[in-house]
Design a binder for this molecule. Structure first.
Ligand code: GRF
Length: 201
């Protein structure tokens, strides 16, 4: 299974996927890494000799034009699967529609709890004693697609956003590696997952 990973930040989830894919028995390969900015995580792709592309959001007049260029870059690689992992941008609906259901996202909360760009901060602010990590199908909403995998992570006294996020990320990485493996082996059928939530005809 060929995978394109889109990031914005440190790419620790990307790194985990690259490390897993280095095992010849793992049934997926990362073929390209893209970002909406100069992401630190590009370093992981370069270390593995994997091509990268950048579509700088700031250089585009609109989300739609940015998304169109992002789609054009992805089309070059024709990946079987697109993984959003720390991409801190909402994709335009046209791009989601074009790639659905072959586009998944990792999120550092137990969706549908705490969707959006600050899931970790929101869980802390809510004072909950547990949050979680989720891997979902991307739809045109904000972290609202069918849940492919999720697991609870405890919030500990004294946690701040960093310590909690660092406790969530290892769980996120493990879920992501397992979900990609299950997609690659056909054990997880993304079309069926997407259909399971399609609005009634
Ligand atoms: C991850 O927790 C991801 O789910 C969230 O932002 C974080 C990115 O971390 N959207 P990294 O760039 O993979 O280290």
């Amino acid at each position: 299974l060929s995978v394109a990973v889109l990031i914005s930040g440190t790419g620790s989830n990307l790194r985990a996927l690259l490390d897993a894919a280095a095992d010849p028995d793992y049934p997926a390969r990362v073929v390209v890494v893209g970002a909406d900015r100069e992401a630190e995580g590009f370093a992981h792709a370069e270390e593995y000799g994997i091509p990268t592309f950048m579509v700088p959001y700031a250089q585009f007049e609109s989300r739609e034009e940015w998304g169109a260029e992002l789609g054009a870059q992805l089309a070059v690689w024709q990946p079987d699967l697109v993984v959003l992992s720390g991409l801190m941008r909402l994709l335009p609906a046209a791009l989601v529609d074009e790639w659905s259901p072959r586009i998944i996202n990792t999120h550092p909360a137990y969706l549908p709890e705490f969707p959006g760009a600050h899931g970790v901060r929101d869980a802390l602010a809510a004072g909950v004693d547990q949050t979680g990590a989720s891997v979902i199908l991307v739809d045109t909403g904000v972290d609202s697609g069918p849940i492919l995998a999720q697991e609870r992570v405890p919030v500990l006294a004294g946690d701040d956003e960093h310590t909690l996020h660092e406790r969530i990320k290892p769980v996120e990485r493990r879920l992501l590696i397992d979900v990609v493996r299950r997609i690659a082996t056909g054990d997880l059928d993304l079309a069926a997952q997407a259909a399971s939530r399609a609005p009634a005809p």
